[in-house]
Write a protein that binds this ligand. Structure first.
Ligand SMILES: Nc1ncnc2c1ncn2[C@@H]1O[C@H](COP(=O)(O)OP(=O)(O)O)[C@@H](O)[C@H]1O
Ligand SMILES: [Mg+2]
Length: 401
C-alpha cells in the first residue's frame, strides 16, 4: 500500500486539504476588486475556527492575478497598538514593495580616483518611508496619509499595478485607547476613508471575531458605510461532505467512508470547519488502525467527543465560575441556543428550571463578563450567541455526566 498520510489539518490558519464552499465570499471579493473608486472595503467576520484565515489566504492570489499588491499581517498581538505603531505597521507592510522602487539617483565622486564618479540610487525602503513619515508636517493622520500617498505614487509608476490590498487578520484586536489619548483604530479608518476619497486604489480587508464590526462602528460611525460585511458561517451539508470526501478521493487513500459515516461526521461537527478537520483526522487514524486489524471501520463517536471535550472545550469551561456554568447551562437548554438568545429568554428559562432563578440585571451583568471571556457575544441587534461553536452541545454533555 502506497504511503498516504492523514490529510486533515485541524489548526488555526492551516490550509485545509480541500477548501469547501466559500464561492459567494470569493465572488464578492472579486467584485470589490473591480471597483474604480474604492467605496466598499471588506470585513470577514465569524466565530473562531470557522475558516476566516484560510479564506483570506485564498483571496491573495485572486487579488494578485488582477494586478493588486497584497500587503498585510496578523494583528493578534496588537491590542495595545499606538498611533505611532500603526504608522510603523503601515510602513512595514508597504516596504517589501517600495524597497525595489528607485526614487532618486545621483552621482558621487569616488575618493582617490580623480574625476571618477559612481551612480548611487535611493530606493524607498522601510527607513526611507519612516523618515518620510517623520518629516511630514501635521498630525498623525496627515503624516500617515502623506506616507501612504508617497508610497503609492512610487508604486503606481510600475505598469499593471492596479492597487494595494491591506489585509489584516485578527483585526478585532485593533482598539482606541482614549485614556492614553491613542486612537489607532480611528486613525486607520480616517486615513483610508480620506485616501479613498482622493481616488487612491487602496482597499482594506479585515477579518476578525464578531466583535470586530461593532467595534469599528463605535470608533467611527461612517465605518458602517465603508465596509461590506460577510459573515463566514459553518458549511452546509453538501459543502461539509465535500470537505470530508474530497481529500480522500485519491486512489492511494487507504480509507473509504460509507455514507452513514460521512453523515455522522457532518452531524457531529455541525459543519464547523475546525471540527470537521479535527473529527476527520481522528476518524482517519481510527480507520487505519481497524483496517490493520482486519476490522471494518465505524466512526468512534464517543471517543472523539471525549477528545474534543478535553482538547477544545474543557479549558474554557474550567475558567467559568459555578454560577456562570449554571447560567450557561440554562442557555444551552433554550430552544435554538445554537442561534441567538435574549436576556428575557434566559430569565424565563431560569424561572422555569432553577430554584434560585436569575434576575434580568444579573443576567445582563454576567453576559458582559462572559463576553469579555470570549464565551458569548452580543450582536448589533442586542441579541446574544455563544462565541464558541457547539458550546451548547458540550454543556449538555457535561450535564449528562
Ligand atoms: N472551507 C473550508 N473547508 C474545509 N476546511 C476548512 C475550511 N475553512 C477552514 N477550514 C479548516 O478549519 C480550521 C480553522 O480555519 P481558520 O481559517 O484558522 O479559522 P478562523 O481563522 O476563522 O479561526 C483549519 O483547520 C482549516 O483547515
Ligand atoms: Mg484565524
Amino acid at each position: 500500500m502506497a504511503e498516504f498520510s492523514n490529510p486533515f489539518r485541524p489548526g488555526a490558519g492551516h490550509a485545509p486539504p480541500y477548501l469547501a464552499g466559500r464561492h459567494v465570499e470569493r465572488e464578492e471579493f472579486v467584485r470589490l476588486l473591480a471597483q474604480r473608486t474604492i467605496l466598499d472595503n471588506l470585513i470577514l467576520t465569524g466565530l473562531r475556527g470557522v475558516g476566516k484565515t484560510v479564506l483570506l489566504d485564498t483571496f491573495k492570489p485572486l487579488a494578485q492575478a488582477r494586478g493588486w499588491l497584497w500587503a498585510g499581517t496578523d494583528l493578534s498581538e496588537s491590542t495595545s497598538l499606538s498611533e505611532e505603531n500603526l504608522a510603523t505597521r503601515l510602513c512595514t507592510d508597504l516596504s517589501p514593495f517600495t524597497s525595489s522602487v528607485v526614487v532618486a539617483t545621483g552621482q558621487r565622486r569616488i575618493a582617490g580616483f580623480g574625476t571618477n564618479t559612481e551612480t548611487i540610487s535611493h530606493t524607498l525602503g522601510y527607513d526611507a518611508l519612516v523618515e518620510f513619515y517623520n518629516r511630514s508636517p501635521g498630525l498623525a493622520l496627515d503624516k500617515v496619509k502623506a506616507v501612504v500617498q508617497h508610497a503609492w505614487q512610487a508604486l503606481s509608476q510600475a505598469p499593471h499595478v492596479r492597487g494595494i490590498v491591506f489585509a489584516y487578520d485578527e483585526a478585532q484586536n485593533l482598539a482606541d485607547h482614549p485614556a492614553k489619548d491613542q486612537h489607532p483604530l480611528s486613525l486607520l479608518l480616517d486615513a483610508f476613508q480620506s485616501l479613498q476619497k482622493m481616488g487612491l486604489p487602496l482597499m482594506l480587508v479585515l477579518t476578525g471575531l464578531p466583535t470586530l464590526f461593532p467595534r469599528l462602528v463605535e470608533a467611527r460611525t461612517f465605518a458602517e458605510r465603508m465596509f461590506r460585511v460577510l459573515f463566514v458561517r459553518s458549511l452546509n451539508e453538501e459543502e461539509s461532505t465535500d470537505a470530508i470526501r474530497k481529500p480522500m478521493e485519491d486512489a492511494a487513500c487507504p480509507v473509504e467512508l460509507a455514507d452513514d459515516s460521512v453523515r455522522t461526521i457532518v452531524e457531529m461537527s455541525g459543519g464547523y470547519p475546525y471540527f470537521l478537520q479535527f473529527i476527520c483526522r481522528e476518524v482517519f487514524d481510527a480507520f487505519i488502525q481497524r483496517i490493520d486489524k482486519g476490522l471494518r471501520g465505524s466512526v468512534p463517536v464517543a471517543e472523539i467527543e471525549q477528545k474534543l471535550d478535553t482538547d477544545f472545550f474543557a479549558g474554557r469551561w474550567a475558567r467559568a465560575t459555578d454560577r456562570q456554568r449554571e447560567l450557561l447551562s440554562v442557555i444551552a437548554r433554550l430552544d435554538g441556543a445554537g442561534d441567538e438568545f435574549t436576556v428575557q429568554e434566559v430569565v424565563e428559562e431560569s424561572r422555569r428550571t432553577l430554584d434560585k432563578p436569575f434576575s434580568s440585571s444579573h443576567v445582563n451583568q454576567m453576559l458582559v463578563t462572559l463576553s469579555a471571556q470570549g464565551l458569548v457575544y452580543k450582536n448589533r441587534h442586542g441579541r446574544y450567541s455563544f462565541a464558541v461553536p457547539l458550546l451548547g452541545r458540550f454543556i449538555t454533555r457535561q450535564a449528562a455526566v
